[in-house]
Design a protein around this ligand. Structure first.
Ligand code: IPM
Ligand code: MG
Length: 366
């Protein structure tokens, strides 16, 4: 019997719909296992801009600081409205500072293909069956946070022109802490760690290899593999089963995790946990706010529900409750209750709420 305080940031467009289903499932967990979850909602992203004129108000950070964990929906607006003040820079103003504020450097993105979805994967069943990887994406540094600029420089024919740049910067301790976590996680799994970088071109990529090679002797049971990111993105499709734990930089992890989620057919299936050195965590789906389908009950809530399961396991140390949620999700998929992103042509389409209610019901039944 415990009480947990969860900061809930529903975010934009489909955010409130999918967060509501994760909350419903957590409430079912509370009833079944006798825990109390207090949900403290706060505004962030475009939703906060409407009320506070900024994307990440201090009051929202205060709610997050007071919580045991953060459950976050997607922030952001339509791609063609990036110059609208409500949406301009929302990711840079809200998501990045939130990650930085809590030093959430370890982003865990598991991708395991459930049997019920084997036939739906764009990759042939025989290649995708048994896929079970854990992408550890560095989340607090790299090109997302390095020096950036927008300046006038002299171009061809002595005409001035704009030059815009972002910079990949990594410090040794930033690579080392992520790599140690990757080795530890691999030790507890199939004992294989793949570092993905671009060491043939980037000095930071070479640095990742040096740092990882240096700590490798501390983990004699783990087989370390290295892949350039271009080759890795091909291997992800040709032979996804070969991956166990992956460690990679912020940007490569962003790209590769969307690619890996495609093995499940939909980004709507990708959960994530972001942790700092004291184990404090933020949990969010890896997908965006999907303005085109918002408010229609079409969004897949599973990525958010599975993110909540990660919260149960990693922040609250409730492995049994986490497993109950994961098994309920598998069952719902096996039953064929699927939102449009997963439904095949001619198949009945379930709503966001139907999926959430059924998962909660199964969790309640035990
Ligand atoms: C993700 C998203 C974010 C990222 C965006 C929305 C800033 O794509 O969590 O993968 O790039 O980290
Ligand atoms: Mg992404």
């Amino acid at each position: 019997m415990s009480t947990f305080n969860i900061a809930v940031l529903p975010g934009d467009y489909i955010g409130p719909e999918i967060i509501a289903e994760a909350v419903r499932v957590l409430e079912a967990v509370g009833r079944r296992f006798g825990h109390t979850f207090n949900f403290n909602e706060a505004l962030a992203g475009g939703a906060a801009y409407d009320v506070h004129g900024e994307h990440l108000p201090q009051s929202t950070l205060a709610v997050c600081e007071a919580a045991d964990a953060i459950l976050k929906g997607p922030f952001g607006g339509p791609r063609n409205e990036i110059n609208h003040p409500k949406w301009q820079g929302v990711e840079q103003n809200a998501i990045l500072p939130l990650r930085k504020h809590f030093d959430l450097y370890l982003n865990l993105r598991p991708v395991a293909v459930p049997d019920a979805l084997l036939g739906l994967s764009p990759v042939k069943e025989e290649h995708v069956r048994g896929t079970d990887m854990l992408i550890c994406r560095e989340l607090s540094s790299g090109i997302y946070f390095g020096p950036r600029g927008d300046r006038q420089v002299e171009g061809p024919k002595e005409r001035m022109e704009r030059e815009v740049f972002d910079t990949e910067v990594y410090r040794e301790h930033e690579i080392e802490r992520l790599a140690r976590d990757g080795f530890r996680l691999a030790e507890a799994r199939r004992k294989k760690l793949t570092l993905i970088a671009k060491s043939n071109v980037m000095s930071s990529g070479l640095f990742w290899r040096e740092v990882v090679d240096k700590i490798k002797p501390d983990f004699p049971d783990v087989a370390l593999d290295y892949m350039h990111v271009d080759a890795a993105s091909m291997e992800m499709i040709l032979n996804p089963r070969q991956f166990d734990v992956i460690i990679t930089s912020n940007m490569f992890g962003d790209i590769l995790s969307d690619e890996a989620a495609a093995l499940l057919r939909s980004l709507g299936m990708g959960p994530s946990a972001s942790l700092n050195e004291s184990g404090f965590g933020l949990y969010e789906p890896i997908h965006g706010s999907a303005p085109d389908i918002a408010g229609q009950g079409k969004a897949n809530p599973i990525a958010t529900i599975l993110s909540a399961a990660m919260m149960l396991r990693l922040s609250f140390e409730l492995p049994e409750a986490a497993l109950a949620v994961e098994q309920a999700v598998d069952k719902v998929l096996a039953e064929g209750l699927r939102t449009a992103d997963l439904a095949s042509a001619g198949e009945a389409v379930a709503t966001t709420e139907e999926v959430g209610r059924r998962v909660a019901e199964l969790v309640g039944q035990g």
